[in-house]
Design a protein around this ligand. Structure first.
Ligand SMILES: Nc1ncnc2c1ncn2[C@@H]1O[C@H](COP(=O)(O)OP(=O)(O)OP(=O)(O)O)[C@@H](O)[C@H]1O
Ligand SMILES: [Mg+2]
Length: 329
């Protein structure tokens, strides 16, 4: 497969501070490429450089063979972009939000009409199209924002932390939407702080910290770099915890320990299964999940192994909350 994006020796300094420190990687057409790292790692800065929003201090980015700083108009048409914060105009309806996006990308009127109709369908917002976006739930806004970013049918879609702050239902829905776009041939680049999200979606991942790439590989290659197994933690009701432990045992041969409403299982005892398989199975069984998360000793181990410092230390105190997939009931 040909490289759709080539990043070589990228550096970005803000004054004396180096936010991106000699980063190089290539993204092949058709991939879902993950940039995984904690707060402040340099994920958003890297993306701003790819988009040409920021000018690199050094290094070069080719988008479809073109230097991105010298071909801004072409690059803009080729790439869709969704920022970390959801940007939709609350006063405007879903339809109007999309109309403005279509105009921004110079779609012809007929082309725009079609694109908007399809976008509303894909976002499952057709019946809400004349309602102001301000009345939408977080998940609806995020879906509107995603299709708005794709209105010009770009070849590449860049998503900056697409699911941070979403509850589990909307998160799974967003993953599905991303996979569908990729199946239609869109190359996806996403940043995330969630190991399980990178693992669920990405064919290839670069782990970054303090502006440097500390490891690049497929999810299984990265996992092979660490020795310790991962721990799955589930919070449920006291009544359901025993039942969940039984499902983990019978369906996945996972040995779980139950303590009141909390279940812990060592993924190591069955290294072939993934977080998402367990999540989907428990959701299918309609078991009452309050939260489900994977401890990340593996990621910490990757960090400790390569940088000498712990992921948790570099992330700060909110990480344990952000890591958790919360179930809104
Ligand atoms: N315009 C700027 N001026 C000065 N420093 C900046 C600027 N933009 C980013 N930084 C710094 O660069 C570092 C990397 O920031 P960046 O936003 O790229 O991180 P991130 O990986 O996206 O983090 P998060 O997960 O919190 O979004 C941070 O320490 C940040 O404070
Ligand atoms: Mg960021």
């Amino acid at each position: 497969m040909k490289n759709i994006i080539e990043i070589s020796h990228l550096v970005k300094k803000f004054g004396d501070f180096t936010a991106v420190n000699d980063i190089s990687f290539n993204i092949e057409a058709g991939q879902i490429y993950g940039i995984l790292g904690p707060n402040g790692a340099g994920k958003t800065t890297t993306i701003s450089l790819v988009l040409g929003i920021e000018r690199p201090t050094a290094g070069k980015i080719l988008v479809d063979g073109m230097d991105n700083m010298h071909n801004k108009a072409k690059v803009k048409q080729m790439i869709g972009f969704m920022t970390q914060e959801t940007i939709v105009d609350s006063d405007l309806t879903a339809h109007e939000n999309l109309e403005i996006a279509a105009r921004l990308y110079h779609l012809e009127p007929e082309e725009a009409r079609q694109a908007i109709r399809i976008a509303l369908e894909e976002a499952e917002l057709t019946e809400f199209k004349d309602k102001p976006a301000g009345t939408f739930s977080g998940g609806m806004k995020r879906r509107l924002y995603l299709v708005k970013s794709m209105i010009h049918a770009p070849k590449v879609l860049i998503l900056d932390e697409p699911t941070t702050g979403l509850d589990v239902h909307n998160r799974v829905q967003m993953w599905e939407h991303i996979r569908q776009l990729n199946a239609k041939g869109v190359t996806i680049i996403l940043t995330t702080q969630y190991l399980e999200e990178a693992e669920e979606l990405c064919n290839k991942i670069s782990v970054i910290d303090h502006g440097r790439i500390i490891a690049t590989g497929t999810p299984s290659e990265l996992k092979r770099m660490v020795s310790k197994g991962q721990v799955l933690e589930i919070i449920t009701t006291r009544e359901a915890s025993g039942k969940i432990a039984k499902v983990l045992q019978s369906a996945f041969s996972l040995n779980a320990t139950v303590k009141e409403d909390k279940i812990e299982a060592y993924m190591e005892s069955n290294p072939l299964i993934t977080f998402s398989e367990v999540l989907h199975r428990l959701m299918k069984e309609k078991l009452p999940l309050i939260s489900i998360s994977m401890h990340l000793p593996t990621m910490d181990d990757v960090f400790i192994k390569l940088t000498g410092s712990s992921l948790r230390d570099s992330v700060g105190e909110n990480k344990s909350d952000r890591e958790r997939v919360m179930f809104r009931r």
